[in-house]
Design a protein around this ligand. Structure first.
Ligand SMILES: Nc1ncnc2c1ncn2[C@@H]1O[C@H](COP(=O)(O)OP(=O)(O)OP(=O)(O)O)[C@@H](O)[C@H]1O
Ligand SMILES: [Mg+2]
Length: 253
């Protein structure tokens, strides 16, 4: 379980806050979506969890222990991170990219390759076809799936996914979302998923945290947020998509 308490981050010595007092917890096997527009502090929040960014104040505990008191390598091993943008190494093959976290852990080459092939199969990229390709030889959506495979390599309990399907068309995105849901059914994971896409949030989330200017405006299930928006900001944000979504008509009318 991940518990975040009154987390703040200022990049300018306290003049402004990118993250301004955020608190939430993520339960075992839950998918929490951080939803918000560009610059609202989503990536900064994720990065503080695995200590790519140090908080200005507040605390983060993972499995009951404060992240600052934990061994950094051990912490990052328990947390798979899918970076915003794709972030594959262009000079490494698809399989080698997936193997990076295993290499860091010291897994022998033969075992790494076997695991990479298994992961590629899981994200629907047959290794016979893709393992030895290079990132620039495959499509954007396939590259994003490799990012997901890489994050899963060490079988982490937690997955932090920062707009992992941001760079693909709507159809491919639908497919990748479905694949993630299927994957979640097969292998239990606790996920924090960042997006600015309301439909993606509604599709994937057990609960949604709506962020705005470094704060959480509302945290709840899709139904709670749609039927009882806590602020005008949340009401406006969901107003239009809710009208478009027939299934939610009853709650909004
Ligand atoms: N390393 C940094 N140094 C200074 N300011 C930063 C740094 N990282 C982020 N910021 C600022 O913090 C704020 C939040 O940025 P963050 O990357 O967390 O936003 P985001 O919600 O992920 O946005 P997007 O949807 O565009 O990715 C922004 O105003 C950004 O300019
Ligand atoms: Mg971001």
């Amino acid at each position: 379980m991940i518990v975040i308490d009154k987390l703040k981050k200022s990049f300018d010595g306290g003049r402004t806050y990118a993250v301004d007092g955020v608190s939430f917890s993520v339960a075992e096997d839950e998918t929490l979506v951080l939803l918000g527009s560009s610059g609202c502090g989503k990536t900064t929040t994720l990065k503080m969890i695995n200590r790519l960014v140090e908080p200005t104040s507040g605390s983060i505990t993972v499995d009951g222990r404060d992240v600052t008191s934990r061994n950094l390598i051990e912490l990052r091993r328990s947390i798979g991170y899918v970076f915003q943008g794709i972030g594959l190494m262009p000079h490494l093959s698809v399989a080698q990219n997936v193997e990076i976290p295993l290499k860091l852990r010291g897994t022998p080459a033969h075992e790494r390759r076997q695991r990479a092939e298994e992961l590629l199969r899981q994200v629907d990229l047959p290794p016979e076809q893709y393992a030895d390709q290079f990132p620039d030889q495959i499509s954007g959506g396939q590259q994003q799936r490799i990012g997901v495979a890489r994050a899963l390599a060490t079988d982490p309990k937690y997955l932090l996914m920062d707009e992992p399907f941001g760079a693909v068309d709507a159809l491919t995105r639908d497919r990748l979302q479905q694949e993630l849901l299927d994957l979640k059914d097969r292998i239990k994971k606790t996920i924090i998923f960042v997006t600015h896409d309301i439909f993606e949030a509604l599709t994937l989330a057990d609960r949604i945290a709506v962020m705005h200017e470094g704060r959480i405006e509302q945290l709840g299930t899709a139904n709670e947020i749609l039927s009882r928006p806590a602020t005008d900001f949340v009401r406006d944000l969901f107003g239009k998509p809710a009208r478009q979504l027939k299934m939610f008509n009853e709650q909004t009318e």
